[in-house]
Design a protein around this ligand. Structure first.
Ligand SMILES: [Zn+2]
Ligand SMILES: [Zn+2]
Length: 285
């Protein structure tokens, strides 16, 4: 459930706008918030300059180095403010929208927070070129939040809904760290889910990379036709919704096509680097 920021109405996770007040359910910083933070910064700049000018007017600061240094602080603040103002014209990145919403749901709707922070982790990874060679520093706080949410929920009585969400997320390729840390819970939940699947109440579906479509998975999360194929986007669903879920999963996977994957970008960059080295070597000779 998504709780509306403006009217506190509960909305289904699939809704884009609030069913009661019509506001966006995934808002970035609003214009009001942006303007108020810019005004705040401008006030700091004005006060900073005022104090600096007062100091230089009424006190003899002696050498020119000291009087030069006193200008660095207000100059720096001014510079930062200008950068921030330019930055505020840009749209808030999607992963920040999701992480903000996850923070907001932490205590009220933990399942929503879990799923939002998972989306944030994925978006932050694929969108950020700077962090991807340096061990993605932007996603570390996201992971910390995710793991702290997991332990909070672990301490509370585990609901089936929570277990299913955690399992679906853990199966995603991006969540390898989570699998490692939560191996024990996952094993026990796996058994429980196996039981549910056997009782035909729940089913496991995933995208088979050899069938090129969403399939119902058999034991050990495998495709029945291709036991060795890689399965992505594994979901645990109620058996009653199998057909709809297969269609949704297929659409989800195929929407991603056309965008370069991290591996493709890395290979391309390595190739460019290699070409550059060859050009340099040839020119030196
Ligand atoms: Zn609302
Ligand atoms: Zn297959």
């Amino acid at each position: 459930m998504i709780i509306c920021k403006y009217c506190q109405e509960k909305n289904q996770p699939v809704e884009k706008t609030c069913q009661k007040c019509g506001n966006d359910l995934l808002p970035g910083e609003t214009v009001q918030e942006k303007i108020s933070s810019i005004i705040g910064m401008i006030i700091v700049v004005v006060i900073g300059w005022f104090i600096t000018l007062l100091l230089t007017k009424y006190f003899d600061l002696g050498s020119s180095i000291v009087s030069g240094m006193i200008y660095t602080i207000p100059l720096l603040i001014t510079l930062i403010t200008i950068v921030k103002i330019i930055d505020s014209f840009k749209e808030t990145p999607d992963y920040i929208k999701y992480i903000t919403r996850a923070e907001r749901h932490k205590s009220k709707e933990p399942i929503q927070a879990l799923s939002d922070s998972n989306i944030a982790i994925k978006l932050a990874r694929s969108k950020n070129l700077f962090t991807f060679f340096s061990g993605d520093t932007t996603t570390i706080p996201l992971y910390k939040m995710f793991l702290s949410l997991c332990s909070e929920l672990e301490a509370s009585n585990l609901s089936l809904e929570y277990k299913l969400t955690l399992m679906s997320i853990a199966f995603d390729i991006v969540a390898k760290e989570i699998i490692k840390k939560y191996q024990e819970i996952i094993n026990s939940v796996n058994k429980e889910i196996g039981k549910l699947v056997n009782e035909k109440e729940y089913a496991m579906i995933g995208y088979c990379t050899r069938c090129n479509k969403a399939v119902v998975l058999v034991e050990n999360q495998k495709c029945s036709l291709h036991p060795k194929a890689i399965i992505s986007n594994i979901r645990i669903i109620q058996s009653a919704n199998i057909d709809d879920s297969l269609v949704l999963l297929y659409e989800e996977v195929n929407k991603k096509k056309g965008v370069f994957t991290e591996t493709e970008i890395k290979v391309f960059l390595l190739f460019m680097l290699f070409a550059l080295i060859i050009i340099v070597i040839r020119n030196v000779k």
